[in-house]
Design a binder for this molecule. Structure first.
Ligand code: G6P
Length: 487
C-alpha cells in the first residue's frame, strides 16, 4: 500500500471532543464504523486523511481551532479534518434524513414503526440540510485530496457525496461503503420523490459500491434496476449515463486478539465474575448485547423468553437472561419510545417470572465483553442488520461452548448461519421462543461442535481482510477500469 494516498469520509470520526480541566480532550468515536476504519487509517499513517462532521457542541467549539483538530490527528497518527456543521443543520441532516428516513429505509422498518408518509419538512430537510452537508463533504475531499487519491466514503449519511465529488473531480476513484443492511426497493419506496432516485444516483457516483454481504448488494442492484440503470447481476456491474459502477461485498471481520486483550482488564474481569454468579447452578445464562435500536428487535427477544417461561415455568430455576442494551440516537422520538418499550417488556416478564431478566442500560464495553465471555446462549435476532459484530465477537470470546441463536436477517448469517440455531422469521415471537428452547436442550457435545465451528467461521477473515481487497479493487479500477475481486 506504499504508493497510495487515501481520503476517508464519514459522519462520525475516530474521536469526539469533551471539555476537561486543561481544555479539549478526545474520546474514541462511538459505533462500529470508527472501530473498523481507525486501524486502516493508522496503518496508512501520513498517507491517510479522515474527514468527519462535528457531532456535538463541544466538537463544534473544538473545530473552531484547527490546531486542536490537528493535534488530535497527530495523536492518532494520520490526518484529521472536522467539518463544522451548525446544530440546526446537523439535526436535520442526521436525525431527520439519515436516521429517520435512510436508516429506516435501509432496514425496511416502516411497518414496524408505523411510519407511512412524509411531508414538506422532510423534503426540506433533504434539500436544505442533507444535500448541503453531502456537498460540503465532497468539497472538503476535493480540497484535501488530488485526482490520484483513493476516496472511501462511508455509509448512508453520505449517500450522495460520491456524485457531488464526481462533478468536482470526474476522474476521482471513489468507493461508497454501506455499513447497514440495504433492504431494496421496498425500503426506498415510501420516501418522497425524488429521494429514491437521488440516493441511488448519488451512490452510483462511486466507482465501487460496497456492502457487507450479498443480500444487501442484491437489494441495491434491485434499486438500480428500478431507476432504469443497466444491471449485470453476476458481474456486479451497473451502468448508468455511460458510467460504470461495480458492486462488491467486503464482509467486515472482528479482531479477536484485541478483544481478548481488552477482556482481561480489571473491570471486564469484575463483570465476568458477576455474570458467572448470575448463572443458576448447573443452568444456563442467556445474553444479548446491542444498541437500543428498533432494527435489533430487542423487545421480541424478551417476549420470546417470556413466552418460553410461560410454557415451561420450571426453566426459571435453570436459566437467567442478562441484557446489555445501551441508549442510542436518544434525540429521536422513535428511539425514546423504543427504550420505554424495552423497559416495559422486561417488567412484564419479570412480573410473571420474578428476576428472570436483568437489564443493564448504560454503555459499558467492558461489561459487554464479560457478558460475551460468559454466555451459554447468545440471542441475536435483528429484523435486518448490516453485519452484526456481536454475533462474531461472542464466539471469539466465549468460554462456555455457548450457542448462538441467530436471525437470518443478520448479515453475519451468511458466514455463521451453518453453526447457529437459526431464526427464519425474526418477527415471529413463537418461533424465537422455540429456537431458544432448542438451544437450551443441546447436548454438551453438540454445543462443543457448534461453538468450535462458530469460532472458526467468526475468525476466518482477518482484520486486514476487510480494507485490503477494497483498496486493491480501487487501485485496479483506477488503472484498468475493473476490480480484481468478483461478486
Ligand atoms: C450503525 C451505522 C454506523 C454508526 C452506528 C452508530 O452501525 O452503520 O455508521 O456508527 O450505527 O450509530 P450513530 O448514529 O450513533 O453513529
Amino acid at each position: 500500500m506504499d504508493d497510495i494516498s487515501v481520503v476517508l469520509a464519514s459522519n462520525r470520526g475516530p474521536v469526539s471532543f469533551t471539555e476537561g480541566p486543561d481544555g479539549f480532550e478526545t474520546k474514541r468515536g462511538a459505533g462500529g464504523l470508527s472501530g473498523a476504519v481507525d486501524p486502516v487509517a493508522r496503518r496508512l499513517g501520513e498517507r491517510a486523511v479522515w474527514i468527519c462532521a462535528t457531532n456535538s457542541d463541544v466538537d463544534r467549539a473544538a473545530a473552531e481551532d484547527p490546531d486542536v483538530v490537528d493535534r488530535a490527528g497527530a495523536e492518532l497518527g494520520y490526518g484529521l479534518r472536522m467539518i463544522d456543521i451548525p446544530h440546526e443543520t446537523y439535526a436535520r441532516y442526521y436525525d431527520v434524513v439519515s436516521n429517520r428516513m435512510l436508516w429506516f429505509a435501509n432496514h425496511c422498518l416502516w411497518d414496524e414503526l408505523d411510519i407511512h408518509d412524509f411531508g414538506a419538512d422532510e423534503l426540506a430537510a433533504w434539500s436544505e440540510a442533507y444535500e448541503p452537508v453531502n456537498r460540503r463533504f465532497a468539497e472538503e475531499i476535493a480540497a484535501v485530496g488530488d485526482d490520484r487519491s483513493l476516496v472511501l466514503v462511508q455509509d448512508y449519511h453520505l449517500a450522495t457525496t460520491p456524485r457531488h465529488l464526481r462533478e468536482l473531480h470526474p476522474n476521482q476513484t471513489i468507493l461508497h461503503f454501506t455499513h447497514s443492511s440495504f433492504c431494496g426497493p421496498k425500503g426506498l419506496a415510501p420516501l418522497p420523490d425524488p429521494l429514491p432516485r437521488n440516493i441511488i444516483e448519488g451512490m452510483l457516483g462511486a466507482d465501487l459500491v460496497g456492502f457487507h454481504v450479498h443480500s444487501w448488494a442484491s437489494g441495491f442492484m434491485d434499486c438500480c434496476e428500478d431507476i432504469g440503470a443497466k444491471v449485470e447481476r453476476d458481474a456486479g456491474r451497473v451502468t448508468q449515463d455511460g458510467r460504470t459502477s461495480w458492486v462488491r461485498t467486503y464482509p467486515i471481520p472482528v479482531d479477536p486478539a484485541s478483544l481478548r486483550e481488552r477482556s482481561q482488564n480489571a473491570s471486564a474481569q469484575h463483570w465476568k465474575e458477576r455474570f458467572a454468579n448470575f448463572r443458576p447452578d448447573g443452568g444456563a445464562l442467556i445474553i444479548r448485547a446491542d444498541r437500543a435500536e428498533p432494527s435489533k428487535n430487542i423487545v421480541r427477544g424478551f417476549e420470546a423468553y417470556g413466552m418460553l417461561l410461560d410454557r415451561r415455568p420450571e426453566l426459571l430455576a435453570s436459566t437467567r437472561f442478562a441484557a446489555c442494551v445501551y441508549p442510542s440516537r436518544a434525540s429521536m422520538p422513535e428511539y425514546q419510545r423504543y427504550m420505554e418499550s424495552i423497559k416495559e417488556v422486561v417488567d412484564q416478564v419479570d412480573r410473571r417470572h420474578p428476576d428472570a431478566i436483568h437489564l443493564f442500560m448504560e454503555d459499558d464495553f467492558d461489561r459487554t465483553l464479560a457478558a460475551l465471555t460468559e454466555y451459554d446462549i447468545l440471542l441475536v435476532n435483528p429484523i435486518m442488520d448490516g453485519m452484526n459484530l456481536v454475533s462474531k465477537e461472542g464466539p471469539c470470546l466465549n468460554e462456555h461452548d455457548g450457542v448462538l441463536v441467530l436471525s437470518t436477517g443478520a448479515g453475519s448469517f451468511e458466514e455463521l448461519g451453518g453453526h447457529a440455531i437459526p431464526i427464519e422469521d425474526p418477527l415471529d415471537v413463537e418461533e424465537t421462543s422455540r429456537q431458544l428452547e432448542l438451544a437450551l436442550s443441546l447436548s454438551p457435545d453438540e454445543r462443543k461442535r457448534r461453538a468450535s465451528g462458530l469460532r472458526d467461521a467468526a475468525q476466518a477473515r482477518k482484520p486486514g481482510d476487510w480494507i485490503g481487497p477494497q483498496l486493491e479493487d480501487l487501485r485496479a479500477i483506477r488503472s484498468s477500469g475493473e476490480p480484481v475481486t468478483s461478486l
